[in-house]
Design a protein around this ligand. Structure first.
Ligand code: JFZ
Length: 481
């Protein structure tokens, strides 16, 4: 009898345990899966955006200028009369070109027409708020007088530092300067693509010290720089150096508080780049939007970001022949509107000739963008994602901390009426063309938040144009960010 009873009890226990397993274990596993984060020593170190004043300034720029200038500018995409089909600044990697000959080009770098004040004046007129210049591209040639290399401007016929007067001229115009620096270095004897042998690791160790020395030197020489734009970080050697790049970033920020570094410098413990193994962005802003623009706000995952764009199809350094489609000013303006509407900055690249002169197409583009900016920059500077549903006519931007939403219109519907749908709780008090604030536009309410805004008849536009919406009831509303 006793035996039988305990047997029954045991059965009951087993049954309960079975039930428990059935009911709770799967949900426990699911919960654990949601919560489990891979523990990383060198992943992202911050949740959400950087909220300090330097980053707020970066966020307000809207428009920037990129400059690619170096030994490749001498060749302009051609070698021995043959056209290189890749990006002009990559020509050294072409099998047609003997490396020793490319590496001797510094003996010809003598930009007699280089006038930093004119470069800065052009940029100022274009309306850019920040500029990024190649201090050292993949070919390894340094445009500044570095004490850690002989392959620098000091040993060219020009001799003078390029970076110093450029920073001075741009800063004088109120434009912030950032330094492009390629980790990948085709010239340096200690650069390695991968670390396969002990010798590789030793050489790369020396290379890492060289990088640290050069970056320290740049910050010491040019204390007004706001950040670095790192590139050439895709090779195995660097991907295996996550601990180093992490400590390097922290060190640079320590010696230069406020420094801004994008997500293209580091690799995590497993060699992931841009985003760590948990999908978190490394660095201060997402640096992967290269010649492409996100389509929706969800695509930027709540991060700060910047898009860098070429005017020709591809190619950043000067090319005698611009390949593919050349973007028109209107196309670039629309791209800028799209970027700002999704909370990013838009950066247009320039590739001056080796003598220091910009090609006529670039001068024209800069002038035309500047003409547009002079009339419409309210909709660009210090603007953010509005949180309103995108409409076919163009892009919404919102002035940070103000009750102003802008419509940047790139396509006018044949009806002449522009549909808007504001966020819940937000109403539009008035709408007017930025160019004529005294003439209010007619609005028609359709349903909750949906309105039509009517354009005056007979208007015709050859460029994107802006309507300002003064919004109300904004105080009760949390912006959808
Ligand atoms: C790099 C360089 O190789 C190029 O010469 C230029 O300087 C450009 C701005 O940066 O090219 C890249 C880098 C990253 C991507 C594409 C091209 N990317 O993330 O897709």
């Amino acid at each position: 009898m006793i035996l039988k009873k305990s047997y029954r009890q045991n059965l009951k226990k087993i049954f309960h345990l079975f039930l428990f397993t059935l009911l709770f274990i799967p949900s426990a596993i699911a919960q654990a899966q949601v919560k489990t984060k891979i523990s990383l020593l060198h992943g992202s170190h911050r949740e959400g955006k950087r909220m300090d004043a330097d980053m707020a300034r970066w966020r307000s720029y809207g428009l920037g200028q990129f400059i690619h200038w170096g030994l490749y500018s001498i060749l302009g995409g051609k070698w021995n009369g043959q056209q290189y089909n890749g990006a002009a600044e990559w020509i050294r990697s072409w099998k047609e070109i003997p490396k020793r000959e490319y590496d001797s080009l510094y003996l010809k770098f003598d930009p007699k027409e280089f006038r930093p004040a004119e470069w800065a004046a052009m940029a100022k007129k274009m309306g850019v708020k920040y500029m990024t210049i190649t201090t050292k591209h993949h070919d390894g040639f340094c445009l500044w007088q570095s004490n850690f290399s002989t392959y620098t401007i000091s040993n060219s016929p020009y001799k003078n530092d390029i970076i110093d007067p450029l920073i001075e001229a741009y800063n004088k115009e109120g434009i912030d300067v950032y330094l492009y620096y390629s980790i990948l270095d085709w010239h340096h004897p200690d650069w390695r693509y991968d670390l396969k042998t002990k010798e590789d690791s030793m050489a790369f160790c020396r290379y890492k010290s060289f990088v640290k020395n050069q970056l320290t030197e740049l910050l010491q020489k040019y204390p007004s720089v706001k950040g670095f734009w790192f590139d050439g970080t895709w090779d195995e050697s660097w991907k295996k150096s996550g601990a180093f790049s992490d400590s390097l970033e922290q060190y640079l920020k320590k010696i230069h508080p406020g420094l801004i570094i994008g997500g293209r410098l580091r690799a995590d413990d497993f060699g992931n780049r841009h985003f760590d193994a948990n999908g978190e962005m490394m660095g201060d802003y997402e640096q992967g939007w290269e010649r492409k623009i996100p389509k929706t706000y969800a695509d930027v995952h709540g991060n700060d970001w910047e898009c860098v764009m070429t005017i020709p199809e591809n190619g950043w350094g000067y090319s005698q022949k611009w390949m593919g489609h050349w973007k028109t000013t209107n196309e670039l303006l629309e791209m800028m509107a799209q970027c700002v509407s999704l909370g990013g900055n838009f950066v247009v690249n320039f590739g001056p000739e080796a003598n220091g002169i910009f090609r006529p197409e670039e001068i024209k583009t800069a002038r035309e963008i500047g003409e547009w900016m002079r009339q419409n920059d309210d909709a660009i500077y210090n603007c953010e994602y509005a949180g309103w549903e995108k409409q076919d006519w163009g892009y919404f931007t919102k002035k940070r901390n103000e009750n102003k939403v802008y419509m940047i219109i790139c396509n006018i519907p044949v009806s002449g009426s522009l549909k808007i749908r504001s966020s819940a709780g937000i109403d539009v008090a008035k709408a007017f063309l930025l160019q004529s604030p005294e003439k209010l536009l007619t609005m028609e309410n359709i349903e909750n938040g949906v309105k039509f805004i009517y354009l005056p008849e007979g208007l015709s536009f050859k460029k994107p144009f802006v309507i300002e919406l003064d919004i109300r009831n904004a105080k009760q509303v949390t912006w959808n960010k």
